[in-house]
Design a protein around this ligand. Structure first.
Ligand code: CDM
Ligand code: ATP
Length: 279
């Protein structure tokens, strides 16, 4: 059985507080985008000599961690504590860039939970799957439904976000990921939490033309100070005609929303990964 874990972008991201355990409370609108990995599981025969009950082959982009640390394996092992799961081979075809603020690893984890639930008829239920996912990463719960969502808490408390769906239909999305890695942990360490004047959930209900002046990603200022090239890419997206452009999550990818399909992205952003799609 195969599934296609998608990426996300953040439409606004405000860090509003910090918890005693160091994690941050945030407000953001998660929006799913059709840039996907592929994840497949197959039965591992009884005769197959394996020390583990789930092994993993990764193709496509390199994922810079051991098999055991891959979130796909962590998702299997988490469910295996509570459910009797058959032994499986997993195959991940990696397309979503890592350390990009696109939630690629988080999505793989959540889609593995969904895949195991469906394939082996575990009947876990959406709310419980979200709880399992949140134990693997703050972003993971969103990918159980992958519906536009307003998120609070550490990113794991989700409500449907009705605004952007209608607003963005028919717009063209461009994602640009330069060869700059930003660690999520470090990005959070450079933030002073504060409440925004206006909540991003309300701003995304307004016409998209107003987003440029009102919708903020709190990570941009500190990260742009350290990586001016990222600020330059955002500026260039506006020069190419974006109605709204921003960094996604803690970076390093930038995205732009366009009324018309943007041309010559590969030339404009040579040496960067680029992706475009009509929403
Ligand atoms: C930046 C975002 O992409 C915005 O959507 C997410 O908040 C990142 O979520 P994530 O990658 O799932 O994060 P995790 O893998 O759970 O945490 C990585 C590190 O980021 C920091 N972290 C993460 C989420 C959060 N709400 N507060 C934090 O302070 C912690 O130092 C943590 O050790
Ligand atoms: N399946 C996976 N795909 C990608 N990275 C994974 C995976 N499993 C574990 N990781 C580890 O997680 C790290 C972060 O990966 P991910 O792609 O989720 O980062 P991100 O773009 O910063 O996402 P986020 O928006 O959640 O912060 C990687 O550098 C890698 O070591």
């Amino acid at each position: 059985m195969i599934t296609f874990p998608c990426a996300k972008i953040n439409l606004g991201l405000n860090i509003v507080g910090q918890r005693p355990n160091g994690y941050h409370d945030l407000e953001t609108v998660f929006y799913p985008v059709p840039l996907c990995d592929a994840l497949e599981i197959k039965y591992m025969g009884e005769e197959f000599p394996s020390e583990v009950n789930c092994d993993l082959k990764v193709t496509g982009n390199v994922v810079n961690c051991n098999e055991a640390d891959n979130l796909v394996i962590k998702a299997y092992n988490l469910l295996a504590k509570d459910y009797k799961l058959p032994r499986v081979h997993a195959h991940l075809y990696k397309q979503i860039p890592s350390e990009a603020g696109l939630g690629g690893g988080s999505s793989d984890a959540a889609y593995m939970i969904r895949l195991l639930d469906e394939r082996f008829r575990l009947n876990i239920g959406k709310a419980e799957m979200e709880r399992y996912a949140a134990r693997l990463g703050a972003d993971c719960a969103f990918f159980i439904s992958s519906e536009p969502s307003f998120a609070t808490g550490i990113g794991d408390e989700l409500m449907p976000a009705d605004g952007p769906k209608g607003n963005l239909d028919g717009y063209h999305l461009a994602i640009v990921k330069p060869n700059i890695a930003v660690s999520t942990k470090e990005a959070y360490a450079n933030i002073s939490p504060h409440k925004p004047e206006k909540c991003c959930r309300d701003i995304v209900r307004q016409p998209i033309e107003t987003w440029k002046d009102e919708l903020i990603n709190d990570f941009e200022e500190p990260i742009f100070n350290r990586h001016p090239d990222l600020a330059a890419i955002k500026k260039q997206l506006y020069q190419l005609g974006a109605v709204y452009a921003a960094m996604s999550g803690s970076g390093s990818s930038l995205f732009g929303l366009f009324k018309e399909e943007p041309c010559h992205l590969n030339t404009a952003f040579a040496n960067c990964f680029t992706f475009t799609a009509k929403l």
